[in-house]
Design a protein around this ligand. Structure first.
Ligand code: NAD
Ligand code: HSO
Ligand code: ZN
Length: 432
C-alpha cells in the first residue's frame, strides 16, 4: 500500500489517484467489443463457446428451469436459508418504503400537472459469479424489480463448474418467484440481454455489478443498442476515513473485506495520523494470513493507498474528490461530517457500522457506482426500475390563463405552428 501525505500531493497527483486508471483498460475495451459483436452476430452459439472458454463449462442448455431451480434450492443449509430470509425482509422493507405517490400540482388555475410511475417492463439482472457467486446481489436487484412490478425479469449468472448454479442463488430465485436462471456470464451475458438470442430475451434495461468486462460491456451496449443500464458498477471500492477514535483492527477488516472481491478492488485509508496508518497496516498483515482468499486480497491491498490528512475535514475534501463507492467514517465524530459529504455511493457511520452489513443485510442496496461515478449516479433503488411519466390537463379556464404565455413564447422561437395549437383552441372556445 502506497502512503501519501495529502498536503504534499500536487493537484495532478490527487487527480491521478482519483482516476483509478488501470493499466490494461484499453485491452479490456477491445476484448469486450469483440465478445459483444460476436454474441450479436452468433447468439447462443457464441454464449456456449464463451462458457467453455472462460468458465470451463460445456453447456448443452443455456438455462435452468423452475423444476431444477427448486431441486437445487432444496440443498440449502438451514442457517443460510434463515440468513437469506432475514436479509430479504430487511432489503424489502427499505425498498418498499421508497414507494410513494406524488401529488398533483395546479401550476395555474385550471392547469394541472402530475407524474405517475410505471415499471420498466423487461429488465435484465446480472448476478456476478466469477471469483464468487453473489446471492446477495440477486436479492439487491430482484427485490426492487419484483416490488416495482417489472413484467419480465431476465436473470443471467455465469455457469458454475457443474454447469448449473449454486443452492443459494437457486433459493433466492424461489423467494423472488423467478422461474429461470440463464447460465451466461461476463460481457457475453450483457450482450445477450442487450440484443437477445434464441434462448435469452432482449431487455429494456440491464442492472447489476460485475468485473471490468461486465462493466465495460454495459457501457458499450448502452450506446449501441436500445438498452439502458443502471450505472457503471465495477470492481468494489471502499474509502475509510479514520481519526484517533477509530479501531485499527476494524479498519483493517473493512479494507480486506473489499480487497477480497478482486485484485482490482480499490481500498483507500484516509487517516488523521500516521499512527493509525501504521497500526492498520500491521493489522492487515495479521488478518490477511487467516483469509482463504489472501492472494487476491494482498494484491488489491498492494495496489491501494493510505493518505495522511491534517484533520477529518481535509479527509472529507479528498473523499469528495475521490467519490468512493463506499465511504466508512471510522470516527465518533461522524455526525458533524454528514453535511460535508457530497460524493459517495453509500455511507457507513461510526466504528460499529462495517460495510459488510450493507453488502448483505441491513437493507440498503449494494449495487453502487464505482470509478468516481458516485459524483453523478445514485446506487440502485426503486427509482432504477421505474419510469416517471408526466401528465397534464387543462380546463377552459386554464386555457385562458396559460394561452397568451405559450403564444408569446412560441412567437419568440419563431414556431408559428406551436402558437397556433393554442390560438385555434382559444378561438373555437370563443375567447379570442
Ligand atoms: N459496484 C458494485 O455494486 C459491486 C457489487 C458486487 C460486486 N462487485 C464487483 O463485481 C465483480 C465480480 O467479478 P467476478 O469476476 O467475480 O464475476 P463476474 O460475474 O463479474 O465475471 C465473471 C465473468 O467474467 C468473464 N471473464 C473472466 N475473465 C475474462 C477474460 N479474460 N476475458 C473476457 N471475459 C472474462 C467470464 O465470462 C466470467 O464468467 C468484482 O470486481 C466485485 O468487486 C461490484
Ligand atoms: N461489496 C460489494 C459491492 O461493491 C457487494 C458484496 C456482495 N457480497 C459481498 N459484497
Ligand atoms: Zn463486498
Amino acid at each position: 500500500m502506497k502512503i501519501y501525505s495529502y498536503t504534499d500531493l500536487t493537484k495532478q497527483e490527487v487527480e491521478s489517484i482519483c482516476l483509478r486508471q488501470l493499466e490494461d483498460d484499453v485491452t479490456i475495451k477491445e476484448r469486450v467489443k469483440t465478445i459483444v459483436e460476436r454474441v450479436k452476430a452468433e447468439g447462443d452459439q457464441a454464449l456456449i463457446d464463451y462458457a467453455l472458454n472462460f468458465d470451463k463449462v460445456n453447456l448443452d442448455q443455456l438455462f435452468i428451469d423452475q423444476q431444477e431451480i427448486r431441486n437445487i434450492a432444496s440443498a440449502i443449509p438451514a442457517g443460510a436459508k434463515a440468513a437469506i430470509d432475514t436479509a430479504y425482509r430487511n432489503i424489502k422493507a427499505f425498498h418498499a418504503a421508497q414507494l410513494y405517490r406524488e401529488g398533483k400540482t395546479e401550476t395555474m388555475p385550471g392547469v394541472t400537472c402530475w407524474r405517475e410511475t410505471r415499471a420498466i417492463e423487461r429488465v435484465g439482472l446480472y448476478i456476478p459469479g466469477g471469483t464468487a457467486v453473489l446471492p446477495s446481489t440477486f436479492l439487491m436487484l430482484g427485490i426492487p424489480a419484483v416490488l416495482a412490478g417489472c413484467k419480465e425479469i431476465v436473470v443471467c449468472s455465469p455457469p458454475q463448474k457443474d454447469g448449473k448454479t449454486n443452492c443459494y442463488l437457486a433459493y433466492v430465485a424461489t423467494l423472488l418467484g423467478i422461474e429461470r436462471i440463464y447460465l451466461a456470464g461476463g460481457a457475453q451475458a450483457v450482450a445477450a440481454m442487450a440484443w437477445g438470442t434464441a434462448s435469452i430475451p432482449k431487455v429494456d434495461k440491464i442492472f447489476g455489478p460485475g468485473n471490468r468486462y461486465v462493466t465495460q460491456a454495459k457501457q458499450l451496449v448502452q450506446g449501441t443498442s436500445m438498452t439502458a443500464i443502471d450505472m457503471p458498477a465495477g470492481p468494489s471500492e471502499v474509502l475509510v476515513l479514520a481519526d484517533e477514535t477509530a479501531n485499527s483492527s476494524y479498519i483493517a477488516s473493512d479494507l480486506l473485506a473489499q480487497a477480497e472481491h478482486g485484485i482490482d478492488s480499490q481500498t483507500i485509508l484516509v487517516a488523521t495520523s500516521s499512527k493509525i496508518i501504521d497500526e492498520t497496516l500491521a493489522e492487515i498483515g495479521v488478518q490477511l494470513k487467516a483469509l482463504p482468499r489472501q492472494d487476491i486480497a494482498a494484491e488489491a491491498i498492494k495496489n491501494s493507498y493510505a493518505v495522511l490528512v491534517d484533520n477529518l475535514e481535509q479527509g472529507m475534501e479528498f473523499s469528495n474528490m475521490y467519490a468512493p463507492e463506499h465511504l466508512i467514517i471510522a470516527s465518533d465524530k461522524f455526525e458533524q461530517l454528514i453535511p460535508l459529504i457530497s460524493n459517495a455511493g453509500s455511507v457507513f457511520l461510526g466504528n460499529l457500522t462495517p460495510e459488510s452489513a450493507g453488502d448483505y443485510a441491513s437493507g440498503t442496496n449494494h449495487t453502487l457506482p464505482t470509478s468516481g461515478f458516485a459524483k453523478a449516479y445514485s446506487g440502485v433503488s426503486m427509482d432504477s426500475f421505474v419510469k416517471k411519466i408526466t401528465f397534464q390537463h387543462i380546463t377552459p379556464r386554464g386555457l385562458r390563463k396559460i394561452g397568451s404565455t405559450v403564444e408569446v413564447l412560441a412567437e419568440a422561437e419563431g414556431l408559428e405552428a406551436h402558437k397556433n395549437a393554442i390560438t385555434i383552441r382559444l378561438k373555437e372556445n370563443g375567447h379570442q
